[in-house]
Design a protein around this ligand. Structure first.
Ligand code: NDP
Length: 270
């Protein structure tokens, strides 16, 4: 559920994965306005939905309608995935988990120094999950001081990892000892030529560089990093893996991530 949801690729991806697993299940894309959210969640319960995903603008507003939250969702203060238990829905956040599982295909986050651009919903989910996976430090580079400081405080005081907010003035110069660099902002969402303000000469071959933007998956940010020899993780990896986690939560079955990525590429015309 979200608003707007036109063009959201999740239904196409999930229904391909259901079919590949031999499940006659449906995943519906539902346009729900904020005032209809309580009735819509009650309707899901009444109609026996096994669970669902929530996107903008419902990720925070859905919380009062749930029975309880997972540790990660509670720390993030946002829910993008719910699943049914006998007496109500449980709120989970699979965005950060999806990111970390894509990351782990390339590098283990434990003990690593991370530079994260952004402090919005996606960045918060990624940062908390990196903390829960024992990253050594996560530096938050964000334009807005309030959001940047809040996230750094959450990480150091509640998740228990080193974190600080770094103001974003002009082209950011990456610290030489950064292991993982992530664009968690929406830069590039509506303009595929938009470049994250980072000094490209400060990318080093040893860095793993990731982007949350998935359409198109090779962003100018990832291209600049690749040109310097960095290993890349695109936004499709996060999208597929959050879908894999949701699928497993609802059905108890491990889906085929290859089928899901292919479906996304077909839907997005990549
Ligand atoms: P939010 O609106 O919550 O946060 C946006 C963030 O981007 C803020 O930190 C904002 O900074 C920053 N930002 C936006 N424009 C600029 C700019 N011009 N310069 C510097 N910073 C900027 O959005 P979300 O966190 O929910 O989503 C972010 C992106 O992640 C979206 O593009 C979304 O599509 C993508 N996403 C991808 C997923 C995937 O599976 N691949 C899953 C979820 C999201 P400030 O605080 O200073 O305003």
């Amino acid at each position: 559920m979200g608003q707007p949801v036109a063009g959201n690729p999740s239904q196409f991806m999930m229904e391909r994965a259901f079919a590949a697993a031999g499940l006659e299940w449906r995943y519906l894309t539902l346009e729900v306005s904020p005032e209809n959210l309580p009735a819509a969640v009650a309707g899901m319960k009444a109609m026996g939905f096994r669970g669902g995903n929530f996107t903008i603008p419902h990720k925070v507003a859905v919380i009062p309608h749930l029975k309880r939250l997972s540790e990660a969702a509670e720390l993030m203060g946002a829910v993008n995935c719910i699943f049914a238990e006998e007496d109500g829905f449980v709120g989970e956040n699979t965005d950060g988990k999806g990111f970390v599982s894509a990351l782990k295909e390339v590098i283990e986050p434990e003990g690593k120094k991370v530079v994260l651009f952004g402090a919005g919903g996606a960045a918060r989910a990624i940062a908390v999950e990196l903390g829960l996976n024992k990253a050594a430090a996560v530096d938050i580079v964000n334009r807005d001081a309030g959001r940047g400081r809040d996230l750094a405080k959450l990480l150091s005081e509640r998740v228990g990892i080193q974190s600080k907010w770094i103001p974003w003035n002009g082209q950011h110069e990456l610290a030489e000892d950064a292991d993982i660099v992530i664009n968690g902002t929406s830069i590039g969402l509506c303009d595929s030529t938009a470049m994250v303000p980072v000094d490209p000469s400060t990318f080093r071959e040893s860095m793993v560089v990731a982007d949350v933007i998935f359409n198109p998956p090779m962003t100018p940010f990832l291209q600049a990093a690749q040109d310097k020899g960095c290993r890349n993780i695109d936004g499709l990896g996060m999208l597929v893996n959050q879908g894999v986690i949701g699928f497993k939560i609802w059905t108890g079955i491990d889906p085929d991530p290859g089928v899901m990525r292919e479906a996304l590429e077909e839907y997005l015309g990549i």
